[in-house]
Write a protein that binds this ligand. Structure first.
Ligand SMILES: *Cc1c(COP(=O)(O)O)cnc(C)c1O
Length: 377
């Protein structure tokens, strides 16, 4: 495998101290009581950057496990679940809800805009009989960022628990779980947290645990069952052997974030400068409002083929950026500036590579993107 610079919206680059941490000698994580303390401290540190006192659990599986575990643990047959959909991951929650017997009701938003909270409020005035609702913080294929600070308290006021997929946002965007009354928020190791792929973590409110404990039917899964994790610390018992090296690496990655007092501001300034460079160069951003600071999604200019563009960037500049999928396939390119990749030098080089690759394929930018970016950031 060639090592290229990966400027995709996850996985992101893994810092050396995280890679080294994963190589340390380890103990038996089921038997060594010290590991229970290490696991708990790591969970508490995750809670720290999520601004919550809620319980946190780290599970052995990629981010998708977090989405499925939340739905599996909360859903019973015929439960009505509100699926807030303005993107591919937003819509995708419906599959997990249905899989566990829930009845999906969609609230659909414009896919080029963030969810309109006033419209959602009007919708809820007519119908709010839902056990819980799902919403995506940053829907990565389009790069739209939803106002979960307004959406979650509104749902809670209507007696609806919330499940938030913040896989592509947490660590790069502000998130205040307690203040915003988010019942379950889930993330993954390979996005802004910048650890290797393979872990998901969730913060779980007391209300969410209560709901699971008061189910009429058991949770129809073991691997996706959040309740089996509830008392791990008291009982000194894990439901399965935790992937200890992955967790030691994650701990270092979390420490890197906590030590970085300007992490959110840096994402913001890089996000803003990137968008300005894109617009002034004559390219178009895909969405109209709700720009995330972790990923920028750009329309592919007329006459340019996305695969050729990505190939050119990789072969000539050793830079990986991404296309998209679903209804966006072939229409946009995506640059991830999240976590370890939210750095001035990496983004300036990425924009230089993009501008030159576009030029080689026949599109001339109006201005120098890297220069605009550097002037602004
Ligand atoms: C990356 C991501 C996930 C995890 O999905 P993978 O495609 O398996 O990486 C879940 N939700 C969102 C919003 C993501 O960006």
């Amino acid at each position: 495998m060639n090592v290229s610079q990966i400027m995709t919206p996850g996985p992101t680059e893994v810092r050396e101290n995280v890679r080294m941490a994963r190589a340390l000698a380890t103990t038996n994580p089921d038997l060594d009581l010290q590991f229970y303390e290490f696991y708990k401290e790591t969970c508490d540190k995750i809670g720290q950057f999520l601004n919550t006192y809620n319980e946190v659990r780290i599970l052995s599986g990629e981010g998708i496990l977090g989405l499925e575990a939340a739905c599996a643990s909360l859903t019973e047959t015929n439960d009505r679940v509100l699926v807030i959909d303005n993107g591919i991951f937003g819509e995708g929650f419906a599959d997990f809800v249905k899989m566990y017997g829930g009845q999906v009701v969609f609230f659909k938003g414009d896919r080029k805009c963030k969810i309109d909270v006033i419209e959602l409020e009007k919708f809820l005035e007519k119908d709010h009989d839902f056990k819980y609702a799902t919403v995506v913080h940053c829907d990565t294929p389009s790069g739209v960022l939803n106002d979960i600070d307004k959406i979650c308290p509104l749902l809670k006021k209507n007696g609806i628990l919330t499940v938030v997929d913040s896989v592509a946002a947490m660590g790069g965007e502000d998130i205040r779980v307690d203040e915003w009354e988010i019942d379950i928020v889930l993330g993954a190791s390979q996005k802004c947290v910048s650890a290797p792929t393979g872990l998901t973590f969730l913060s779980i409110s007391e209300d969410a645990f209560k709901l699971m404990q008061h189910r009429e039917t058991p949770i129809a899964s073991y691997y996706c069952n959040l309740l089996v994790w509830k008392e791990y610390y008291e009982n000194k018992w894990f439901p399965y052997t935790p992937p200890i090296s992955d967790i030691v690496g994650l701990r270092q990655a979390i420490d890197n974030i906590l030590e970085d007092s300007e992490v959110i501001e840096r994402h913001e300034s890089i996000g803003n400068a990137t968008r300005k460079a894109v617009i002034e160069s004559g390219l178009n951003l895909y969405i109209k409002d709700g720009y995330s600071n972790t990923v920028t999604v750009i329309e592919i200019p007329e006459g340019i083929n996305d695969k050729e563009l990505l190939k050119h960037m990789l072969e000539e500049f050793n830079i990986f950026i991404a296309g998209s999928f679903g209804y966006l396939k072939g229409k946009v390119i995506r640059i991830g500036h999240m976590g370890e990749n939210a750095k001035k030098d990496k983004m300036a080089y990425t924009l230089l590579a993009l501008q030159n690759s576009l030029k080689a394929l026949g599109f001339q930018c109006k201005k120098d993107m890297a220069q605009i970016f550097l002037n602004e950031v």
